[in-house]
Design a protein around this ligand. Structure first.
Ligand code: SF4
Length: 264
């Protein structure tokens, strides 16, 4: 069955072959597929150009490829259009590469949703590798997939993420997967990014960090929230925790700069 064409802001006339013929050709050879008779597809919520708002690459201009679909349902999810109510268009990897190439940007962030559950995530990241981009993958760390990646940005979900209602049990059972976390940490340069809503979240953070034997330098605490005033208030006491524990503090720069808006 032919993949759906992109609609709305994802629509466009260029194919990857047109936008970046070299990358398309390398991708074909590396991935071992022919563009026209065997097509890798990914459900994409949005592709946009911004600055990285979180973590160790804070402020770095990056193209964001946001896959749609998630195996978790965080109560405070800030992209419900990729989890609770997934939206998006099914694009070929070729079409995604065309979108990314158009920005001529050296950093790509594959985010979600949960990108590691996308069936063709390996094809997508292999294609991005042919563009020569630095690749960050943002994942909750519940699923392993062998993917080309320069920074595995893992955000294990704490108990503060568990929703009330029918998803409660499933979310809670899945949110921390120690074997997957260890494998990702063992195979990739990584950061562990925890979303903090209350001071006593530190008890669970310490337990996860100790059980994974994670280095404090790779642990980043970030305030939960989608409102700049809330983030600022939480940021003050979270920064104190970071000073005490040797963890790193991250703001949510994109919320400060642009508010809680899509495409930023
Ligand atoms: S893992 Fe991310 S995308 Fe999925 S529900 Fe939680 S915050 Fe939303």
């Amino acid at each position: 069955m032919a993949p759906e064409r992109a609609v709305g802001p994802l629509a466009g006339p260029l194919t990857a072959r047109e936008a970046c013929p070299t990358a398309a050709s390398i991708f074909s050879r590396v991935h071992g597929k022919l563009w026209d008779d065997e097509v890798s597809i990914v459900k994409i919520a949005e592709v946009f150009h911004s600055v990285q708002g979180e973590g160790s690459l804070l402020g770095v201009p990056s193209v964001f490829v946001r896959t749609s679909g998630c195996n978790l349902r965080c109560s405070w999810c800030d992209t419900p259009y990729t989890s609770w109510n997934p939206e998006g268009a099914t694009l070929t990897v070729e079409e995604v590469l065309a979108r990314v190439s158009a920005y001529r940007c050296g950093h790509v962030v594959v985010t979600g949703g949960e990108p590691m559950i996308a069936p063709d995530i390996a094809a997508l990241t292999t294609g991005l590798r042919t563009l020569g981009s630095h690749i960050t993958i943002e994942t909750a760390g519940t699923v392993y997939a062998p993917v080309p990646c320069d920074l595995m940005s893992i955000s294990p979900k704490l108990a503060n993420s568990t929703p009330e209602g029918p998803w409660r049990e499933r979310h809670d059972a899945l949110r921390i997967q120690p074997d997957v976390l260890r494998r990702l940490m063992g195979e990739y340069a990584h950061q562990l990014k925890f979303v903090v809503a209350a001071a006593d979240d530190l008890v669970e953070i310490r337990a996860v960090v100790e059980s994974l034997r994670a280095k404090a330098a790779n642990v980043i605490l970030m305030p939960e929230g989608i409102d700049a005033a809330v983030l600022r208030e939480r940021g003050r006491w979270i920064a104190e925790i970071c000073k005490r524990e040797g963890f790193r503090y991250s703001p949510r720069l994109h919320v400060d700069l642009y508010g809680n808006r899509r495409g930023t």
